[in-house]
Write a protein that binds this ligand. Sequence first.
Ligand SMILES: *Cc1c(COP(=O)(O)O)cnc(C)c1O
Length: 466
Amino acid sequence: MAEKWQIKYLSALPAVDAAVTFYQQQSTALEYPHALLVQAAQTAVAQLRQKILQAKTEKELEQLRLTIDAVAGQMKVWLDSLRQPSLRRVINATGTVLHTNLGRAPLAAAAQKAMQEAAGYCNLEMKLQEGVRGSRHEHLEKLLCELTGAEAACVVNNNAAAVLVALNTLACGRKAIVSRGELVEIGGSFRIPEVMKAGGVQLVEVGTSNKTHFADYQNAIDEETALLLKVHTSNYKIIGFTASVSLPELIKLGQERGLPVMKDIGSGLLVDLTPFGLPKEPLVQECIAAGVDILTMSGDKLLGGPQAGIILGKRKYVEAIKRNQLLRALRPDKITLAALEATLRIYLTSNPLGEVPVLAMLSMSTAVLKKRAFSLAQAIERRAAGILTVEVREDFSYVGGGAMPTAKLPTYVVAVRHQRLALTEWAEKLRTATPALVGRIKDDWLLLDPRTIDEAEEEEVVQCLT
Ligand SMILES: *Cc1c(COP(=O)(O)O)cnc(C)c1O
């Protein structure tokens, strides 16, 4: 039951209709549909009513403004929040290059331009020369084959989809053999055993977590076996007393027994990064040259393109995948294809280490990082004297995205600390700024790694911090 003083306040609440009319007369800049204005007014009035009903004493309500322009002010806040996009630009200062929470690979300028152009009408499914219907799967196939040496190729929405459709095509209703040490889980929702089940494939595990031998595969093959599968353990490493069967050995076995061999390589690396201090990872071209029948990989990990799954391999298997009904549900859109095509073309005709952002960041020298860290620190100090404490330190960047989990790349970071605000409160302010700034928190400092900050973003970083 409301108290007498509460009833007095409640009866003073402006009417929704009156608030809407007042708002319409006041604001000229933005025209909202009438129904939305009514919703805004109802929300604003309901909030006031809630405050009145929750008050314990009349004194608490002394400051409460029940005027019509106070309601209009609340309406504006609510309406403005509807215009704020949920997906926003973030400056990644964490030093994690493939930050899954921040959208994995940032795209090359050429890829961004291609997406923009494809956004209107494009020849997605038309052969322009003949004026007849074409296939979306044809645009990238030649490029992918040229780059990797594969006979045929096909693109789907992500690598999880690529694995699903490939397994379903090659082994539905039959068995696929996988080493126990390779039953990976990627980011929670992708687990090899589950994907196999979803694809209608019966999993046959061989070996133990740390050791799988050639004979383990050999002995597991029976008349129901349809496929030998090898999965790259992208996000973990088994070290110590270990043994596994190499891809060429498995291919040899497959050929002897008339079974296709599939490899889920995960990251899809086309360029050797060992000269830059990164660990040796299998290259896509090497797996194809070894004679793998089907290979699947992500577009947005080390390849540095958009989210996509790339299927490469022998023509008869890729053609069978293209005929699978599932493919329709997993097919990529024109924007993805445009971005991926532009990214791949950089590898073929240009300089991927310079133009594909992921590779440029991973191959950045410590001399450059040091210089950029000192110049960023100086710019911050100049503008934030007396507010922030700033220093440059040696630290490490990470590859991220479940790739090269053990790699630590030496870098120089700018460590900053606010002299008044608590770190958690300050970090939240930075994350909710426009653009958002996300750094790495270590002890009581916010670390900013120039490796993942674009040079063009440095001024924005300084502005955001100060
Ligand atoms: C990342 C990864 C996947 C999943 O790829 P998405 O493109 O994220 O769907 C599957 N397998 C392996 C080995 C991976 O590393």
